[in-house]
Design a protein around this ligand. Structure first.
Ligand SMILES: Nc1ncnc2c1ncn2[C@@H]1O[C@H](COP(=O)(O)OP(=O)(O)OP(=O)(O)O)[C@@H](O)[C@H]1O
Ligand SMILES: [Mg+2]
Length: 338
């Protein structure tokens, strides 16, 4: 089967505002900013933007008022949207960038969703899922949301026949994987930090010891996860399938400009290849090529297909055989902060 719609849910979307400082951040002082920019953000929104850039059939579900600046910005990108009004403005997340590349992030908590709003969002996702190929649940949950809400959503989507991909971290990720096999996603996209959070093995051990990495990924499958797309930053990614195939791919050498949202583009690349009916090794190559193309672009910009070259990615069976490379050169704020 090829083609099909992808529905993304971003429960805690944001407007991502980048403020260009003229020098190092000086607490207690006035800073005269350079040109600033605002982009629509949130991990599901990023995945949807990356899919739309490749002309995939995508629908983004966001809790936001129809007149919210986030919605206006997404409409300007011609991204098909379903909005669930909340009566409150979408949060703004700030990135303070210094001339040497150091970035400080200030994230607002986001709009709390009460039980009624959660039910409305879940109903919107379940309705959009009918006839869709994939539903993507991505990012943090808004304040006050029960940690197990993603598990409820997976169960709600199950009956529609759509497959479910999840990319989240910390408590919502742990709760999802503790919820039983009927709530386990068809595809999970952790990074090494997230894999460490749910398996109890330290990130350092996962990266240094192939046996520890194998055992950690096996834990995810044992809990019912279908495929695992484990991204490893500048070291590429690993794909472990439900059928027991394991592939690894090194990232192409690129001039890194911003790794913010690179993982979202990796997930989009994997889904694009899946929609095209690609085999596991080709899905992994497309995931890594798309993630690395995103990392070569500024901010959370997503690549267009002409910027993505899966043929430049080497895929090998099994886990990465060589030790991880040195950390990426660009200073950045912590990964996957909610
Ligand atoms: N320094 C780098 N050089 C080349 N490619 C990179 C680099 N950093 C990231 N990438 C690409 O982006 C992909 C995803 O990166 P990473 O594992 O950091 O995602 P992530 O931690 O989920 O990020 P986020 O959640 O912010 O989107 C990698 O698999 C790789 O293809
Ligand atoms: Mg990520």
């Amino acid at each position: 089967m090829t083609g099909g719609r992808v529905v993304t849910l971003t429960a805690n979307p944001s407007l991502d505002r980048t403020l260009a400082l003229p020098g190092p951040l000086a607490r207690g002082e006035v800073a005269r900013l350079g040109p600033s920019s605002t982009e629509p953000g949130g991990k599901g929104v990023n995945v949807a933007r990356a899919l739309a850039a490749a002309r995939a059939d995508v629908l983004a579900v966001v809790p936001a008022d129809p007149t919210d600046p986030l919605v206006t910005a997404l409409e300007a990108l011609r991204l098909p949207l379903v909005t669930v009004p909340t009566g409150a403005p979408v949060r703004t997340n700030y990135s303070l960038t210094e001339p040497d590349g150091t970035t400080t992030k200030l994230n607002e908590p986001g709009t709390a969703l009460d039980a009624g709003l959660r039910a409305a969002l879940a109903a919107a996702v379940a309705a959009a899922a009918v006839g869709a190929r994939w539903v993507v649940l991505s990012g943090s949950l808004p304040p006050g949301t029960p940690e197990g809400w993603y598990a409820e959503l997976v169960r709600a989507v199950r009956g529609t026949g759509a497959r479910v991909a999840v990319d989240t971290s910390e408590a919502p990720l742990r709760a999802l994987l503790a919820a039983g096999p009927d709530a386990a996603p068809d595809l999970l996209k952790p990074n090494a930090e997230e894999l460490a959070q749910v398996t109890g093995t330290s990130e350092a051990d996962l990266l240094a010891d192939p046996a520890a990495l194998t055992a950690a990924v096996a834990q995810l499958h044992e809990r019912g996860v279908g495929e695992v797309l484990l991204t490893l930053g500048g070291d590429g990614a690993v794909l472990s399938t439900a059928a027991g195939e394991v592939w690894s791919a090194r990232a192409p050498r690129i001039a890194v400009r911003s790794t913010v949202g690179a993982g979202d583009s990796s997930l989009a690349g994997h889904l694009l290849a899946d929609l095209a009916g690609a085999a596991p090794a080709d899905r992994l190559a497309r995931a890594v090529a798309t993630g690395s193309a995103a990392a070569a672009l500024p901010g959370s910009a997503v690549p267009t297909p002409d910027q993505v070259d899966p043929a430049a990615v080497t895929v090998s069976p099994g886990l990465p055989g060589t030790p991880p490379s040195t950390p990426e050169p660009v200073p950045a704020a912590g990964r996957d902060v909610p």
